[in-house]
Design a protein around this ligand. Structure first.
Ligand SMILES: Cc1cc2nc3c(=O)[nH]c(=O)nc-3n(C[C@H](O)[C@H](O)[C@H](O)COP(=O)(O)OP(=O)(O)OC[C@H]3O[C@@H](n4cnc5c(N)ncnc54)[C@H](O)[C@@H]3O)c2cc1C
Ligand code: SF4
Length: 325
C-alpha cells in the first residue's frame, strides 16, 4: 500500500449537487463506504484529484415498502440489508449475499451502490503499485498487454460483487440519475461484457436506488459462494438461485445468476425446460452443466479456472436440490 495521496473531498447532501460536482470535475470519482475505492486509491490504481462522497445524501439511505415492491437506497449498508426482516423474509438470498460480503466491518460501511458498481478484479490488477509496475502494468491500467490472454486486446477481469446475482434472480431494477435526468432500467442493463469498462453508466451518472418487485416477493431463494478465506474474501465463484414450486412439487419459476466467473454478473439462460416438471437427478445435472457451460472464469485469481467452473456448477446443483427438497 502507498501513503494516502492528496485529493479534494466533496460531500454534497443532495443528488443534483453530487452530479453537478462530478460533471464539473471530469476526473472525480464517486465514493460511498470507500471499502473498495480507498484500497484502490492507496494502491495507485485509482488516482482521483477529487472524490464525491455520496453518503450524506439522505434520500439514498432508506429501505422503503412501496405499492409495487421494495426500494433500497444505494447508500443502505450491507449490514442493514443483511439484518432487514422484510428482505430476509421476501428476498432471502439478498440478505444472505449481503452477509457474505467480506467480513462484518466491511458490511458496516460497504453500501448497496458500491457493491453493485464494484470495479472488476484480477490477480494482475488488484496489486500494489510496485507489483504492477514490475509487470509493466496491464491493459486495464496503464499497460498495453493483458497478462491473462496476452494475444488479445480484451480484459477478462471478473465482476465479483455478491449482491448483483442475488438481486438479478428477483428481476431487480435500478434508478440511474445523471446530468440528463433519471431513468429506471433492469439491473442487468447496468453491466456489459468488458472487464475494462463493465458499467453502462454515462458521465456523471450514479445509481440512486434499487427496486425489487412485489410479484416475486416470498419466492424461496439461496446464495452461496466459494472463497479462499471463509471469514473475509471475495467470491471465486458465487451462485444465487430463486425457485418457486407449485402443484405436485413442480417447478413454477426458476432463475439462477452467477458472480465472479465472467466480467459481468451472469443470468443463466435455457432453464425454461424445467418449468412444470420435478427436479430429479437428471434435472439437477442439467442445471449443473448449464451453469458450467455459461461461466467463463479466466486466470484472474490464484485459483485455477477449471476449479472455479466445477465449483460454480456444483454450488448451483446443491442449492437447487436444497430448494427443491
Ligand atoms: C478485504 C476485502 C474483502 C472484500 N470482500 C468482498 C466480498 O466478499 N464481496 C464483495 O462483493 N465485495 C467485497 N469487497 C469489496 C467491498 O468491500 C464491497 O463490495 C462493498 O460493498 C463496496 O461498497 P462501498 O460502499 O464501500 O463502495 P466504494 O468503495 O465506496 O465504491 C466502490 C465503487 O462503486 C462506485 N460507487 C459507489 N456508490 C455508487 C453509486 N451510488 N452510484 C455509482 N457508483 C457508485 C465508486 O465510484 C467505486 O467505483 C471486499 C473489500 C476488501 C477490502
Ligand atoms: S484480465 Fe488482463 S487486462 Fe484485465 S486486469 Fe487482468 S491482466 Fe489486466
Amino acid at each position: 500500500m502507498e501513503f494516502m495521496p492528496n485529493f479534494k473531498l466533496y460531500r454534497p447532501d443532495n443528488v443534483d449537487d453530487a452530479i453537478k460536482i462530478k460533471t464539473e470535475h471530469a476526473e472525480a470519482r464517486y465514493v460511498a463506504g470507500g471499502t473498495d475505492m480507498i484500497v484502490n486509491v492507496r494502491r495507485g490504481i485509482e488516482q482521483p484529484q477529487s472524490l464525491v462522497d455520496l453518503t450524506s445524501i439522505s434520500n439514498m439511505n432508506d429501505i422503503t415498502e412501496v405499492d409495487d415492491g421494495l426500494q433500497i437506497g444505494a447508500n443502505v449498508t450491507l449490514r442493514n440489508v443483511r439484518e432487514n426482516q422484510i428482505i430476509q423474509q421476501n428476498y432471502p438470498c439478498i440478505a444472505e449475499a449481503a452477509g457474505s460480503v467480506a467480513g462484518p466491518t466491511h458490511q458496516q460501511y460497504g453500501t448497496v451502490g458500491g457493491n453493485l458498481c464494484l470495479d472488476t478484479r484480477c490477480l494482475f490488477y488488484n496489486q500494489s503499485e510496485w507489483w504492477r509496475q514490475s509487470n509493466d502494468y496491464c491493459l486495464k491500467e496503464r499497460g498495453d498487454t493483458c497478462h491473462v490472454a496476452p494475444s488479445g486486446k480484451r480484459c477478462f477481469a471478473a465482476f465479483s460483487g455478491d449482491l448483483a446475482p442475488s438481486m438479478l434472480v428477483y428481476e431487480a431494477e435500478i434508478n440511474v440519475v445523471g446530468p440528463s435526468g433519471s431513468r429506471r432500467i433492469p439491473l442487468l442493463e447496468l453491466y456489459r461484457d468488458d472487464g475494462m469498462a463493465h458499467l453502462t453508466l454515462g458521465p456523471g451518472e450514479l445509481v440512486e436506488r434499487v427496486h425489487l418487485p412485489m410479484a416475486l416477493a416470498g419466492d424461496p431463494s439461496r446464495y452461496e459462494k466459494a472463497r479462499i478465506r471463509g471469514s473475509i474474501d471475495f467470491p471465486l465463484a458465487g451462485v444465487a438461485i430463486r425457485l418457486r414450486k407449485g402443484k405436485g412439487n413442480a417447478v413454477e419459476d426458476v432463475a439462477i445468476a452467477l458472480t465472479a466467473v465472467n466480467p459481468y454478473p451472469k443470468i443463466i439462460s435455457g432453464l425454461q425446460g424445467l418449468i412444470d416438471g420435478n427436479l430429479g437427478e437428471d434435472e439437477l445435472d442439467f442445471i449443473r452443466d448449464a451453469v458450467r457451460k455459461q461461466s467463463k472464469p479466466m486466470r484472474t485469481t490464484t485459483v485455477a479456472p477449471w476449479y472455479r467452473r466445477r465449483v460454480v456448477g456444483a454450488l448451483a446443483r446443491r442449492l437447487a436440490a436444497e430448494l427443491s427438497a
